[in-house]
Design a protein. Structure first.
Lengths: 347, 366
């Protein structure tokens, strides 16, 4: 669903419930009201009922994965999600890329004075439902208020732990020559949805962020016994960054077929307009899996139950750490990271 | 988009490459003028499809690259004024100068804003009447109409707090200058399609005739570029030299009359300094007398800035097709996108950046 904020952060009205004030972060009664009246009701679980400084849990024998993430997206409410669902899915996806089940999540909110309490309630609800959908628990957190002009509405930081369910750690060092590279779906949706929302552009059909949890796909692969050599979610820097980071870490050549990479029509159009290459554009619900080639077909069939997954390439023998893109014309080029962010061109 | 896909068709690309191979009997050097074409050639690996001996020279058509260091120093001096909102296309932000880049100035607190259109800058000027809003009018004939429109509107709205730092350049005088160099190797030009969309083809006929050089207005997709190359080698192989429209879906012989009228209302030809190429006569646009009060360089007293360029950088020779990025000893070692010595490495349309970004063998990781 597409949302617009009830009122711009800092416009003074703050919506029907008013706005966050400095006193909401002051440690007194108003802070208690904000936490207990607005934020906590969205995260129903026993841990928070302890009303204590931290959460308690007993690891059940499995190795644990532990991850951390910060979210500063604008607009806060975008087509296909909002900063709340983005933060929780981001934490869940980082765990999933470790082969780990969603477990316990901590949430730290830094809120700008004047932020609409109604919007805060919606963000909290979005976090609560994203966590609940994956069986994760938001067990501890923190709330701070900063002066007007010193934040961008709201910043959300998360940390998460979860038990590792894959047979081995799916890290770059486990990638082997000959591995097949599978991509979970079409690329570039999140980055383009955000850019289009910022620029006030539409592209025929509605363009939604791909913001979504990856654990169901990863769990299916683990339960089928697919050897997951490496998993990588394709957030900032897009597919290119994911491929290059893995290739450079394991120091093996990676060969990718450009024509095999799915890009939707609206994303293609937007990239042409902005002068961007979709391979560098951010995603929030896509990953690549490096799997043994003899399990490629089985893994791909499973992944296709969850999205438009494709085989996109393979790992070579050469110890170059280079990612090479093969064009439909039979030509080849090296894929490199842009220096900073991609810049729209003058002409 | 489906329209674009037709111009990326692997079958059409294969047939054109075959036709080029069948046509070429001798070595030729063809310069693609526009940096956007250079990037498309390297991104799609089109040069890998050409017969050996058919050389592509990369031209000066990168507006970021040809903007001299002195103009960037003017921009930095203006942006440093506390009352100024300095609006620019994002491409200009990372360009290095001895005095830093606009991106560094922005991080240091200057109010520098990346915009998609000069009309956004006009809007800022209307919304923030107590600030001086300056737009960095960089580019070829492609950006001139929108920049002219911005000034036309600002003038109509009485926005005296708006001004342009003008660094507009023109393609035909640059082609003349390239052909006047005694050591040039240019047998034919692929003219920049979007420039021709605005200005038409008439300015190129005297060059093609007097210098006996085929000039083909060429687009930016793989099929466009290979079609342009094929048209050029057909002329070369038959000893002809005329202006050919290889981008008929976007280019009319007379260009875009409305855009040309706007340019003519606001701008007039002036001599302009090009990075690495010196001052070329009537190669740029400056404000006509009726609009001169909107000249940011005069308004902020920075008309006489002179910028220094890194002596190791051969960008000037690269921009003239006299050297390739790989000819530079600093390429990929002392000069990388992260630590660029010159603008051709940092601009998204620069030839050095294209070679660095897309070539497997050339350049160590920076």
């Amino acid at each position: 669903m597409t949302h617009g904020p009830d009122s711009a952060p800092g416009d003074g009205s703050g919506g029907s419930e008013g706005a966050v004030q400095m006193a909401h972060g002051g440690g007194g009664r108003m802070m208690q009201d904000l936490i207990h009246g607005v934020i906590r009701p969205a995260f129903p679980n026993q841990q928070l009922e302890h009303n204590h400084d931290g959460a308690f849990f007993t690891p059940q024998g499995a190795e644990l994965a532990f991850t951390s993430d910060g979210h500063v997206v604008q607009p806060l409410f975008f087509p296909g999600g909002d900063i709340g669902s983005l933060a929780i899915n981001g934490a869940i996806n980082d765990l999933a890329m470790c082969g780990a089940e969603p477990g316990q999540i901590s949430v730290s909110l830094i809120i700008e004075e004047g932020f609409s309490i109604a919007d805060l309630r919606r963000i909290a609800a979005s976090m609560g439902s994203a966590a609940a959908a994956m069986g994760a628990c938001i067990v501890t957190g923190d709330t701070k208020v900063v002066e007007r002009g010193k934040g961008d509405g709201i910043f959300v930081s998360t940390s998460a732990v979860g038990p590792v369910r894959s047979a081995s750690r799916p890290v770059p060092a486990a990638v082997r020559p000959g591995d097949s590279i599978l991509l979970s779906g079409d690329i570039g949706r999140h980055g383009v949805a955000i850019m289009a929302a910022r620029a006030g552009l539409t592209f025929g059909s509605p363009l939604l962020s791909d913001c979504a949890p990856l654990w169901p796909t990863v769990r299916a692969l683990i339960e089928r016994g697919i050897e997951l050599h490496c998993l990588r979610d394709l957030t900032r820097g897009g597919l290119a960054a994911g491929l290059i980071e893995v290739a450079e870490t394991v120091l093996l050549a990676v060969e990718v077929e450009n024509a095999a990479i799915p890009v939707s029509e609206p994303v293609r159009s937007a990239c042409e307009l902005f002068g961007l290459d979709a391979i560098h554009v951010a995603n929030e619900g896509r990953f690549i899996a490096f799997v043994p080639s003899d399990q490629e077909a089985e893994a791909l069939a499973l992944m296709r139950r969850f999205g438009d997954a494709r085989w996109i390439g393979r790992v070579g023998e050469e110890q170059s750490g280079a990612v090479v893109l093969q064009s439909p014309y039979g030509t080849r080029r090296r894929l490199r990271l842009p220096n900073g962010e991609q810049m729209p061109r003058i002409c | 988009m489906r329209y674009v896909e037709a111009f990326r068709s692997p079958e059409a690309v294969r047939q054109l490459a075959e036709a080029i191979r069948a046509t070429v009997t001798r070595p030729w050097s063809i310069m693609e003028v526009c940096g956007g074409q250079t990037h498309a050639i390297l991104r799609f690996g089109l040069d890998q499809l050409l017969p050996s001996g058919l050389d592509l020279l990369h031209g000066p058509g990168c507006p970021v690259c040809v903007t001299p260091a002195a103009t960037l120093d003017q921009a930095l001096a203006i942006a440093a004024q506390p009352e100024v909102v300095f609006c620019t296309f994002a491409d200009m932000l990372p360009v290095p100068t001895a005095g830093g880049s606009l991106a560094e100035a922005k991080a240091g607190g200057a109010d520098i804003r990346a915009v998609y259109s000069p009309l956004e800058a006009v809007r800022v000027a209307a919304e923030e009447p107590h600030r001086q809003v300056v737009f960095f009018a960089v580019g070829f004939e492609t950006t001139a109409p929108a920049n002219a429109l911005a000034l036309h509107l600002a003038n109509g709205q009485g926005l005296e707090n708006f001004s342009l730092l003008v660094a507009q350049v023109l393609v035909p005088p640059a082609l003349e200058a390239l052909l006047a160099a005694p050591d040039h190797r240019i047998d034919a030009f692929l003219a920049a399609g979007h420039v021709c969309t605005v200005m038409g083809l008439e300015a190129y006929a005297p060059i093609a005739t007097s210098r006996h050089v085929p000039i083909v207005a060429t687009g930016f997709e793989p099929v466009d570029i290979l079609s342009g190359i094929l048209a050029a080698v057909r002329q070369l192989e038959t000893g002809q030299a005329y202006v050919e429209n290889g981008y008929a879906r976007a280019v009319a012989a007379a260009g875009n009359p409305a855009a040309r009228a706007l340019i003519d209302e606001v701008f007039e030809p002036v001599d302009r300094e090009w990075r690495g190429m010196g001052c070329l006569p009537a190669s740029g646009l400056g404000l006509r007398p009726a609009y001169r009060r909107f000249d940011a360089a005069a308004r902020f007293g920075v008309s006489s800035a002179s910028g220094a360029e890194d002596a190791r950088c051969i960008a000037g020779r690269v921009l003239q097709g006299l050297a390739r990025p790989g000819d530079c000893p600093a390429f990929g070692t002392d000069c990388t996108p992260r630590h660029p010595l010159g603008v051709t490495m940092v601009s998204s349309e620069g030839a050095c950046s294209a070679y660095y970004q897309y070539r497997q063998s050339e350049g160590a990781e920076g």
